[in-house]
Design a binder for this molecule. Sequence first.
Ligand code: SF4
Length: 365
Amino acid sequence: MALDTEYCSFWGKLKNEAVWNDWKWQLRSRFTKLGDFLEYMGVNADHCETQSNKIPFAVTPFYASLIKQSAHAEKLLKTVVPDSRELELSPYEKHDPLEEDENSPCPAIVHRYPDRVLFLVTNNCATYCRYCTRSRLTRLTPFNTSKSQLQAGVDYISQNKQIREVIISGGDPLFLDNTKLEWIISSIRQIDHVQLVRIGTKVPLVLPQRIDDELLTILEKYPPIYVNLHVIHPDELVTDTQAAISRLVNAGCVLASQTVLLKGVNDNNDTLQCLMEKLLRNRIRPYALFHCDLVAGASHFRTDIKVGLDLVDQLRKSSSGLAVPAYIVDSRGGKVALHSTNLMKETEDAYLLRNWSGNLVKHPK
Ligand code: SF4
């Protein structure tokens, strides 16, 4: 991956591509001081908030470079730079809007649906998103889930035979080193009743160097591994991130996307259409467009639900059906996939349906 020469001149050192492509160096060298980051970006810091609501600030050099080169840098910046509005808490917002803690039978497990669990293996991320649903975890002192807690999680999954899917999440599971990651995946794979293993991650976009041969060798050993990629904007799909995605697909991973609908970032048809079509071209199935959760301090990112429904309708009109993700609101009772109502009326012998173009068609009973 190409070394960012602007990054080198900013720090006055690092002229070595091998170092730039070392994912552990990328993690060690993250921007963690907002002032440095904004100076590198050439952005005026006046409107930025240094006293944020304690969501950590960290951006990998790679993702900083990607943002700097984006034609929509100001949109991507909103998602990583602390903002004073994070301190405004709406009465309906919560630190744990999905009530995951209440549905946690043991420390690393969230069991909200009968047949699947979340396995939270770290609270670390390579780069932190300001709208994170799990900010109650990411704001804590950084930790990787301990071996004894991981073992307790594996034991819980093993003892509950109705669990058919395990979603390895966090934080970002690809933050973990390979030894720990392989232990987790192989332990889950040894449980007969678990059919699906899914990893939720943003790492291929913010730290593509992590998708190296050693990791791919592990993922190849335990097929099929489903990877849900957290992607919010088409500008995140650049040469290096697309190459990382391609390596995952070639290693047998099945990729799908999850996108949070974010006001002022991706809440318009052009951006979403471009994103979904670009995902398809990169062998990623657009899976979910999430309404921004009612997490504390994220109201400035939240659109109206009707905006989301309208955007999905527009996608349906302008793109292949493959490019239309489910629009999902995650509420206290679980995920709800929303559709604008297409069954308009029922008569004695027919239904009146609204088709993709908005016209009404009569469909016999
Ligand atoms: S990568 Fe995921 S877990 Fe990490 S801060 Fe972003 S949304 Fe939260």
